[in-house]
Unconditional design. Sequence first.
Length: 371
Amino acid sequence: MKNPLDSAALNAAIEDVHRAGLPGLFAEVRDGEQVWRGAAGVADVATGRPVTVDMRHRVGSITKTFTAAAVLQQVEAGRGLDTPIGRYLPGLVPGERGDAITVRMLINHTSGLAEYFPYAYPSFKAFPALADTGPQSLEDHRFTRFDPAELIEMGLTAPAAGAPGGTPGAYSNTNYLILVRLLEQVTGTTAERYITRNVIERAGLRDTAFPAGPNVDGPHSKLYEAWFGMIDPPRDYSVYDMSWVGPAASLISTVADLNRFYGVLLAGEIVSPSSLAQMQRTVPVVTQEGKRGDYGLGLYPMEGPGQGTFWGHGGTVWGAGALAMTRADGKRQMAVAVNMQRWNKLDSSGKPQPHPIDDALAALYRVAMYG
């Protein structure tokens, strides 16, 4: 398990990702008391302003771990993890589904509820197959204030992705918007306020917050969306109203804060050890890109050769991506942030094609996690 930090290898690996075509990225890797921080490339392709490792960044679905932890705190307070959602939110999920779908099924994406996203963004009509999509919806909705109740309704009225409790599950933001409603119902405050007070502040995070508006406060990079080569050159979407995902994927953080959060979470300081064990119980789930993987309660695992299991989450929003992984013993940690998304062009069937960035990022992750 001994894999001390190799600063030279990490510096070379992060530069290789930039050279492969990513405008900018930055990362923090920890091994016990050792810390490496690195950045490569630019935060603004027009001015050449460099990225720096302390930048604040939209971290997308990494937010789901925070939301799941908040729900698990309520389970510890006596709410039922395997209680039907209809018990807490009568009428929100109508009919038999409200009696069949439990809180756990929402957190681990086995509810069978469809993703609302392609209905909120109509020009992405073939999502996730992508063969027939266009980027126009991105521009149309830059400042749209979505009503979460309407987004949930879109997911509920769409054809079901599966039966409640069935596996493999289907990754769906609809699940987490319903969990947000659940949190608000049982705590009597907004989900953002509850998560801030009981998860973000409890973890001692100083640069992590839900956005107050469409801007990222503090030092940050521009965020370049390529939408599979259909936006060329990639366009900056760092200014964007995040109500289209809310507390499912809207959080802003730093790589240092992400490592701190997953470290204290896996140490049992945000939820109890028994709740953490529930978070690490996985089921097979199919992602929005059609890939199959294991998913727990707002966490998923990555395995390294002889290095034990890492737990964490990844996230993407328009132009921004992040991945944060911490080894189960808490000693080795990695958080990486990138300022471009969907660089892979599509073939005639709509399937994303390989890109040098993919291999370069995978190599960075390997050096960061496994030495």
